[in-house]
Design a binder for this molecule. Structure first.
Ligand code: BYC
Length: 328
């Protein structure tokens, strides 16, 4: 069925699996959920830590491009909405770090890996947010792409991840709607406002398509992750669904998707569209996007600035424990 997927490194055929691995795979195939204390193959655990950790980092780093506009939102109402959205992203990060911790990795380790560049976060957050219309485009396209990816993940095989996704998806729908609402207002505004909305779509379209990951032929993890139901769809499947959902929304706004090759293909029942520039994608995930240094710098600074507070909490916990022991 997924002939286009490359074989993932270390993946095993049924003949190569140990009896434990076979019975684990059978549980996954039956649609059972895996819970933290249960036996799981080391590769399954590692893949989940990579994906959930990366997802958590994306939520936290994802606060930065929007946080940039909180002080400059055009009305009090828009400011309150944006503030709530950015706070939601912090909450999503926390559910996801907690889900990752159930796999035996500490939050400090995950933070260290992010700060040292040894763990990724979504490519999309390495692009700048230059105008207020970008808040519309981010909500509409970035949260729209996130929902497309995360709704299927509610059925993922690892219990804590799946439950975190259920809660996150509810909030993401509001995020997407608030972005589209900004776009609707701007497109019904002055010609200058509509031009700003078009410019934001022009800049965010291809980076949003990149959020789904490389094409299936270059996606090294998909085959194994799908066999384990850590991923429910291939990158290209979700990208196609996103394009098909978003093109009519752009039309409704009176905006033009920046792709001359975009055309409805009756036979496949979906749009044909141009691939993003994959060399740009690989440069961005290697650390060389327009804002990588700024984003990571902001996270490292926030971590360093918070050291006194973490130390204070630990000192308080130590004193409270000593008092408890003395009273016993
Ligand atoms: N950006 O084999 P592949 C949000 C990496 S937050 C960076 O296809 P996989 C929001 C990939 O890690 C949304 N790196 O990988 C927050 C791998 O490298 P490593 C975040 C990417 O994991 C705030 C290599 O490329 N959502 O919505 O099977 C405000 C090969 O790729 C990207 C999630 O994290 C990328 N875009 O599939 C607003 C969802 N794509 O690790 C909004 C959960 C690929 O071997 N994650 N890479 O060094 C997933 O579903 C999957 O991890 C992906 C990638 C589809 C993203």
């Amino acid at each position: 069925m997924y002939a286009q997927l490359v074989k993932s490194e270390g993946s095993k055929s049924r003949e190569e699996m140990t009896p434990e691995e076979l019975s684990f795979q059978d549980r996954i195939d039956r649609g059972e959920k895996v819970e933290p204390k249960e036996w799981m193959p080391e590769g399954y655990r590692k893949t989940l830590i990579r994906q959930i950790g990366q997802h958590a980092h994306s939520e936290i780093v994802g606060q930065l491009p929007e946080g940039n506009w909180i002080t400059r939102a055009p009305t009090l109402e828009r400011k309150a909405i944006l503030l709530a959205k950015v706070q939601d992203e912090a909450g999503h990060g926390l559910y996801l770090y907690s889900a990752a911790e159930t796999l035996g990795v500490s939050r400090d380790e995950l933070m260290e890996k992010l700060h040292s560049g040894n763990m990724k976060y979504s490519s999309i957050f390495n692009y700048p947010t230059l105008t207020w219309a970008d808040m519309g485009a981010v909500g509409w396209l970035v949260d729209g792409a996130a929902i497309m990816n995360q709704v299927p993940l509610q059925r993922t095989s690892y219990g804590p991840y799946s439950r975190a996704m259920i809660r996150i998806c509810k909030e993401e729908s509001f995020h997407q709607r608030q972005g589209y609402d900004i776009m609707m207002k701007m497109c019904a505004g002055t010609p200058e406002q509509k031009a700003m909305a078009q410019d934001a779509l022009n800049r965010f379209w291809y980076p949003a398509l990149m959020m789904f990951g490389p094409s299936d032929k270059d996606s090294i993890h998909s085959a194994q992750s799908m066999a384990w139901k850590i991923k429910m769809n291939t990158n290209d499947e979700l990208r196609q669904k996103f394009v098909d959902q978003t093109v009519p929304q752009a039309k409704y706004l009176g905006l033009t998707v920046p792709d001359e090759n975009l055309v409805w293909n009756e036979e496949k029942g979906g749009h044909d569209f141009s691939e993003p520039d994959w060399s740009e994608f690989f440069a961005v995930i290697a650390g060389n996007g327009p804002c990588n240094a700024e984003r990571l710098g902001a996270r490292v600074k926030a971590w360093d600035d918070g050291a006194w507070f973490r130390e204070g909490l630990m000192a308080h916990a130590d004193k409270a424990a000593a008092r408890r022991i003395a009273a016993e």
